[in-house]
Ligand binder design. Structure first.
Ligand code: 3PG
Length: 250
């Protein structure tokens, strides 16, 4: 049996501000750092140890991983940073406040933009300075790999090959693995691992910095999964993520 830990980053400044973030490289808040340390302490208390760690090239996930590993006194664990684990690119929505956007376009439309499996928000303009083609960390990517927007399906299409080519072989080799990533790159991975339908994935929301343990069989098929930590807190945190896209009640 293989054990895999998935974890979304801790609260970021734009989680706090309730802005669409996507590929914007926003850091953790102090609360987000504390959440990451708490996750590390919980993993330590439960006896988890890791041989390899994967994260994105965005600092909110990287710093979450560092703080978690530090708490485990395991900063020696090799870390693979890869853009395939980045958050879903949120296109032209990046930077906008989610509830203000809902007040303007309606809760239903924002739910489509946030959760519809195959509908992407409008793209960033090719000349927009925020377009990833201007960012040196993506310099080695071909133009066809560089998103200016993504729906969850597009994210699945980049996360799953990375899983198959890189993460799965190292799990099969017995490496105890933690992945610190993002709400939607983890939804993409969970959709693939658990065979969640396009309709059901709409209802899945991932709380910040809560370790989610997957037990996998020899073929890397999930046997079961569970969150470490307090079940009521986790339910409340999931409901809060779902509510982020609603217009504020007057
Ligand atoms: O990119 C973002 O805004 C968040 O990390 C995930 O947002 P969502 O829950 O609105 O998809």
């Amino acid at each position: 049996m293989h054990k895999l830990v998935l974890m979304r980053h801790g609260e970021s400044q734009w989680n706090l501000d309730n802005r669409f973030t996507g590929w914007t490289d926003v850091d953790l808040t102090e609360k987000g750092r504390e959440e990451a340390r708490r996750a590390g302490a919980l993993l330590k208390q439960e006896g988890f140890e890791f041989d390899i760690a994967y994260t994105s090239v965005l600092k909110r996930a990287i710093r979450t991983l560092w703080l978690t590993l530090d708490e485990l006194d395991a900063m020696y664990v090799p870390v693979i940073n890869d853009w395939h684990l980045n958050e879903r690119h949120y296109g032209a929505l990046q930077g906008l406040n989610k509830s203000e956007t809902a007040a303007k376009y309606g809760d239903e439309q924002v739910l489509v933009w946030r959760r519809a499996y195959a509908i992407a928000p409008n793209p960033l303009d090719i000349d927009d300075p925020r377009h990833p083609r201007f960012d040196p960390r993506y310099a080695s990517l071909s133009p066809s790999e560089l998103p200016a927007t993504e729906c969850l399906k597009d994210t699945v299409d980049r996360v799953v090959p990375f899983w198959n080519d890189t993460i799965a072989p190292s799990l099969r080799a017995g490496k105890r693995t933690i992945i610190a990533a993002h709400g939607n790159s983890l939804r993409a991975l969970i959709k693939f691992l658990d065979g969640v339908s396009d309709e059901e994935i709409v209802g899945l929301n991932i709380p910040t910095a809560q370790p989610l343990v997957y037990e996998l069989d020899d073929d890397l098929r999930p046997i079961r999964h569970y969150y470490l930590g307090n079940a009521d807190e986790i339910q409340a945190a999931m409901a809060a993520v779902a509510a982020q896209g609603k217009a504020k009640q007057a």
